[in-house]
Ligand binder design. Structure first.
Ligand code: MGD
Ligand code: MGD
Ligand code: SF4
Ligand code: MO
Length: 725
């Protein structure tokens, strides 16, 4: 909707496209000169409830930031790739026209494809925008048709996602609005205040009605500090705790037999397995007492309704997949799903069945020089992909060619990818052709041959679901893009045409692709399951429309996983997985401590467990370049949070300069002894490498080791040592 408020102002419905479960409905006020003058949360959207987080409340600082990239840029001849001083990046580049940029890039990609095969081109992208179009549409079509390597997007949620789907088949969860009805909320590896702020009013309302909040997080977040019980569990031991809770629940007969019999598969084997996980053993791993494990189990199993907010924090460990899988089984064991306000939420993304085939067109791979879908490269091992893959003399033929072109968009791997030093060695290769599409100079653009200017969600049209709620939302363009900034859809459509791809789909507009994503039928309604009541016209009018099962929650509350069959092989909720067994893996959850943990061999040299956490006032690396956001983050920015005992043992006092290091890298930070971490654990927040004292950020220390399920990144399984600098 673009309602006219007065002759002078328009209000436009947009959606915050940052990688956040809340996907807020944002109203943008635009003045008669076409300038956005205000952003506010839509009061009519039941999750947004009229407010935005601190990061996006200041969004016009980003939209109108003086540093916005406005024109295509090309690296000047003879300027080597590598870190550039902030504010002087433009000196390494020259301004060119879009025409020159598109010609130059298309020509080079063609030559690389001809010489090394199209799989030597690696697109690298993640969730700079989670709009359906921005996240993966024309770009996918382009890279499929080109025959470029496919990117396995594992950097965030794959371990937990695969785990959840092994148990339940599809990612649904307790509606966020229903958490207000809970009597016990367990935030498990979920930083609600920092990362999921729109859940907080629901938590507060539940607590006013007598609910308790338990937070399981090694770090004392603001959410943890406000909880009734903060369990500062040791990193990477959540799987053990979940198995211990099951042990107590079954020992004391607190499970829901009727639910288990009707809905689940493999219960007897699970029951046998958890017999080994006594509270005493679990206490030794987790750092809790046996009595605490028992207390948590009893409270969890006897309170109705009980909801888990399981977020992605606890699955960024080597054993994070199995941990998430074990935790996901808890509400199935106690039948918590049966009660409104009970159950749990990891993600709601499974509820949005966009027509991905139409949007991404994987069939175009058949028209590529390969004639098939290309190889898959794991984004969580980018360092290896750029420095090793296909490069050693004894590289295996089936690995495919070395990477010769890297096309980055929606992502800042120079800051967010693990094992930063390897990533940089790769991106420094003079023979690697690198294109970056972004809104600012970043840690990654310092390595680019071409930089292309991108748009904010105020400047383009997109459609969005959410991974934390059940609303379909249309984001309408509110203002003109500044300079020559262009939307992802436009960029990849243009490039396709320059490459001579004649398929009609490369001429689709954003609105065409929105219709395809909704699979609009002859009568104007979506034909996607759960979206049949939705038309594009209604979306334009209303901005947000709930999925069908969530239209009238008071009369017809949505209770996930209360009616089968489920989308698992057995049609039941799976405690035991034959899928895993067929892969030679343990069909049941079990606990193995991470190799990079206090139990691992490397702990002799690097005895501290390192949490390289997100910043509450940035979005991963986004916003870290803005002064206002930096000010909000000042308290913990460039600090290493330590326990007093660990500091004392190393002769370190609060405020001292320290060096933190392991075999992969090192950085300088300032010690902050503030009670936020237990002994044996240190923590620091992610910032831009180029804005950090010695030009590296926390990912100089993290590894490319992958999780047990989902082949995802293991940011929170990292060992380090710290010394006074
Ligand atoms: N402000 C802000 N909001 C964000 C983001 C941001 O960067 N800033 N990022 C967005 C993105 S990309 C995502 S994926 C979501 C993620 O949101 P969350 O899932 O909440 O992810 P994290 O912040 O990685 O981790 C949550 C908590 O898990 C804790 N943790 C670490 N290791 C362990 C462990 O072994 N066990 C347990 N129990 N807890 C552990 C961390 O200390 C952290 O406080 O947030 C999104 N929202
Ligand atoms: N140590 C450590 N590392 C982590 C994490 C952690 O907790 N600790 N978290 C991990 C997680 S969960 C995630 S999801 C990843 C996130 O990694 P990324 O997805 O790379 O996230 P951002 O750092 O936000 O970078 C997104 C970039 O996309 C750009 N962008 C925004 N909108 C658009 C657009 O429309 N078009 C284009 N072309 N660009 C756009 C932004 O300006 C920004 O530079 O980081 C991971 N890295
Ligand atoms: S980052 Fe999250 S909380 Fe903030 S405005 Fe966007 S969707 Fe809402
Ligand atoms: Mo993420």
């Amino acid at each position: 909707m673009s309602a006219t408020v007065s002759a002078l102002f328009r209000i436009v419905h947009t959606v915050c496209s940052h990688d956040c479960p809340d996907s807020c409905a944002v109203l943008v006020t635009v003045n008669e000169e076409g300038r956005a003058v205000k952003v506010q949360g839509d009061p009519s959207q039941p999750v947004t409830q009229g407010f935005l987080c601190g990061k996006v409340a200041k969004y016009l600082d980003r939209v109108y930031a003086p540093g916005r990239l406005l024109y295509p840029l090309k690296r000047k001849a003879g300027v080597a790739k590598g870190p550039l001083e902030r504010g002087r990046e433009h000196e390494a580049f020259e301004r060119i026209s879009w025409d020159e940029a598109l010609e130059g890039i298309a020509g080079r990609l063609q030559r690389i494809s001809d010489e090394y095969g199209p799989e030597s081109i690696l697109p690298y992208s993640y969730a700079g925008t989670i709009g359906v179009l921005g996240y993966g549409s024309m770009d996918r079509r382009f890279f499929h048709r080109l025959g470029a390597s496919q990117l396995d997007r594992t950097i965030c949620a794959e371990a937990g996602g695969v785990a959840w789907n092994l148990v339940y088949g599809k990612k649904f969860g307790t509606p966020i609005e229903d958490f207000r009805l809970s009597k016990l909320i367990v935030a498990w590896g979920a930083n609600i205040h920092g990362n999921n702020i729109h859940l907080w009013p629901m938590v507060e309302q539940a607590r006013r009605n007598g609910a308790r909040l338990i937070v399981i997080d090694p770090y004392r977040t603001r959410t943890a500090a406000l909880a009734d019980w903060h369990i500062a569990i040791r990193p990477g031991t959540d799987g053990a705790l979940a198995l211990g809770l099951m042990h107590v629940i079954l020992r004391e007969g607190l499970e829901d037999r009727a639910y288990i019999d009707a809905m689940t598969h493999g219960f007897d084997r699970l029951a046998e397995r958890v017999r080994d996980y006594t509270p005493e053993r679990v206490a030794a791993w987790t750092g809790m007492t046996a009595a605490e494990v028992e207390q948590l189990a009893r409270e969890y199993a006897t309170t109705r309704p009980t909801a888990l907010r399981l977020n992605y924090g606890m699955q960024r460990s080597e054993n994070g997949g199995t941990a998430a899988r074990a935790i996901a089984m808890l509400p199935a064991l106690t039948g918590a799903w049966k009660h409104r306000g009970g159950g749990g939420q990891l993600s709601t993304s499974g509820a949005f069945p966009w027509d991905k085939q139409a949007v991404e067109r994987p069939d175009l791979a058949l028209a590529s020089p390969l004639g098939r879908l290309a190889r898959v490269v794991n984004m969580s091992a980018l360092g290896q992909a750029l420095t090793e893959l296909g490069q050693s003399p004894d590289a295996k033929a089936e690995d495919g060619p070395a990477v010769h072109a890297l096309f980055v968009y929606n992502s800042n791997p120079g800051a967010v990818a693990p094992n930063q030093n390897a990533v940089r060695r790769g991106m420094e290769r003079p023979d690697l052709f690198t294109v970056v599409h972004d809104l600012f100079f970043t840690d990654t653009t310092d390595y680019a041959d071409y930089i292309l200017p991108a748009t904010t969600f105020l400047e383009h049209t997109d459609i969005q679901g959410a991974y934390g709620h059940y609303f379909v939302q249309l984001s309408q363009q509110a203002i003109e893009a500044p300079g020559e900034a262009r939307q992802n859809v436009w960029l990849f459509g243009q490039l396709a045409q320059r490459m001579g791809f004649t398929e009609e789909c490369f001429r689709d507009t954003a609105e065409d692709i929105i219709r395809q994503a909704l699979a609009i039928g002859a009568d104007g309604h979506s034909t996607n399951a759960g979206m049949e009541h939705i038309t594009l016209e209604d979306l334009k009018e209303q901005g947000h429309i709930p999925l069908s099962f969530h239209r009238d929650p008071e009369k017809q509350p949505f209770l996930p996983y209360t009616a089968g069959p489920f989308a698992t092989p057995s049609g039941k909720i799976e405690f035991a997985s034959e899928t895993l067994a067929a892969q030679g893996l343990d069909p049941l959850p079990g606990f193995v401590p991470p190799t990079e943990s206090r139990w691992g061999v490397a702990a002799k040299r690097f005895p501290l467990e390192f949490l390289s956490r997100k910043s509450d006032n940035y979005m991963n690396s986004t916003f870290a370049n803005l002064d206002g956001h930096r000010k909000m983050e000042a308290r913990t920015s460039q600090r290493l949070e330590m326990h007093a005992e660990d500091a004392r043992a190393r002769g370190i006092a609060d405020g001292d300069a320290v060096r933190i290091f392991n075999e992969r890298g090192s950085l300088k930070l300032t010690a902050l002894v503030n009670g936020s971490v237990p002994a044996g654990v240190v923590a620091a927040h992610m910032d831009w490498a180029k804005l950090s004292p010695d030009g590296a950020n926390v990912n100089a220390l993290t590894s490319e080791r992958l999780t047990d399920l989902g082949a995802a990144a293991t940011f929170y399984s990292t060992l380090v040592e710290v010394a006074k600098a």
